[in-house]
Design a protein around this ligand. Structure first.
Ligand code: GLU
Length: 418
């Protein structure tokens, strides 16, 4: 029995696969193979702290499936990182990549630590030592990391540099989400949030075309939450409430996102933003709005609060914010849930563009990237929506059926080795 079997997040990902396998009559051999990650790596990451002491963190990299190509997925620095969580996230990356027709399987990695309490130097040492420990398992043809929670462009530059120093030449294609100056792409920083907003606006067009200035709550104001809010605001929505780790703010008339971003740059938090009142962060999720975007951490909407959610549309900016029990309650209430494997796929889509540009040594302009991103998101959304309508399944099951179905078909064609 693997350790990850005991983890609730992994069990949740496996349960989702089991349910969809039944729904689509998936071949039992292929189903069994997809229930486990192909490879799981656990490493010790010792670093010298600024105070002179030595500390050892635990790092993970899980590669779920390599049927369609190299594995792809982010690396997070967070105190909740565990083998089970990373394994679940790797599996979701497999379905996400397949749903968007990207030639990748899914992976995820992370280091269990408290990044908020660490200095930049300590974070750099963690990133470099972690990269060194997983070095033989990553590479542009094998497995390509990217940013995730509490990692960013700078972290990716350190990973690229560490890997390149080991092999002896610059390898920009080993990670995505790098700064543009070292082989990154235009449009990657905003890609996930843009995609979230795009899928929400497309869902509104289909479901509530006459709704004027739809109201929104956004949970989380990191990269995904802030950019989603920005583009939803630009798309005509009224963002009534936002939260971050320090608290939540509310303005019935709508929050000006550009000014809020400036406020966050100056003060480090959304709290204290003029032109807004403070509200309770958990009450915020239950406000009577049209759209709810959970863009913070996993498991925030559970059987305990699902019944009190009033939104008509939920777009999962984060990975796994709804538990399966919450999912069921909300579906029964008629809520349209845009699953994370669709809603937040914009990030890995533009990561794919970055990898292609790195390999070709030919770079594209931002408008080209945005229009290609929109077209992939539109296709995926429309396929999911059509299946949802035709088969009468909820949108998460429809998205999973498409993603799992593509991987399963490829597995069937390739056969089981040896
Ligand atoms: N970490 C992001 C995700 O969960 C992006 C992964 C990538 O760009 O490879 O989708």
């Amino acid at each position: 029995m693997h350790e990850f079997h005991l983890d609730p997040t992994f069990r949740m990902a496996q349960q989702q696969l089991d349910d969809v396998a039944q729904l689509m009559n998936l071949d039992s051999g292929i189903h069994e193979r997809l229930r486990y990650p192909r490879r799981s790596i656990i490493v010790s990451v010792p670093i010298r702290q600024d105070n002179g002491r030595t500390k050892v963190y635990t790092g993970y990299r899980v590669q779920h499936d390599q049927t369609l190509g190299p594995t792809k997925g982010g690396i997070r620095f967070h105190h909740d990182v565990s083998l089970g969580e990373v394994s679940a996230l790797a599996m979701w990356m497999t379905w996400k990549c397949a749903l968007l027709n990207l030639p990748y399987g899914g992976a995820k990695g992370g280091v269990c630590c408290f990044p908020e309490e660490m200095s930049d130097h300590e974070l750099e040492r963690v990133a470099r030592r972690y990269t060194t420990e997983i070095l033989s398992s990553i590479g542009p043809e094998k497995d390509i990391p990217a940013p995730d929670m509490y990692t960013n462009e700078r972290t990716m530059a350190w990973i690229m540099d560490t890997y390149s120093n080991f092999v002896g030449y610059a390898v920009p294609g080993v990670v995505t989400g790098k700064p543009v100056q070292v082989g990154g792409t235009e449009g990657r920083v905003e890609a996930t949030g843009r995609g979230v907003a795009y899928t929400v606006l497309r869902a509104l067009e289909r479901l509530h075309p006459k709704l004027e200035s739809p109201t929104v709550v956004v949970q989380g104001f990191g990269n995904v939450g802030s950019v989603s809010a920005k583009y939803l605001h630009q798309g005509g929505c009224r963002i009534q409430a936002i939260s971050d780790v320090q608290g939540a703010i509310y303005n019935e008339q709508g929050i000006n996102i550009q000014s809020l971003m400036t406020h966050v740059k100056q003060t480090g938090s959304i709290v204290g933003f003029p032109d807004s009142e403070k509200i309770d962060a958990s009450d915020m999720l239950e406000l009577p709005v049209d759209i709810l975007v959970p863009a913070a951490v996993a498991n925030v909407i559970t059987e305990d609060n699902a019944d009190r959610i009033q939104a008509k549309i939920i777009a999962e900016g984060a990975n796994g914010p709804l538990t399966p029990k919450a999912d069921k309650i909300l579906i029964d209430k008629g809520v349209f849930i845009i699953p994370g494997i669709l809603a937040n796929a914009g990030g890995v889509v533009v990561s794919y563009f970055e990898w292609v540009q790195d390999i070709q040594r030919l770079f594209w302009k931002e408008d080209e990237i945005v229009s290609k991103l929109n077209s992939l998101m539109a296709n995926a959304f429309d396929e999911v929506y059509q299946l949802h309508v035709e088969k009468g399944v909820d949108p998460r099951s429809a998205a999973m059926m498409l993603g799992v179905g593509r991987v399963a078909k490829a597995k069937e064609l390739r056969g089981l080795y040896p």
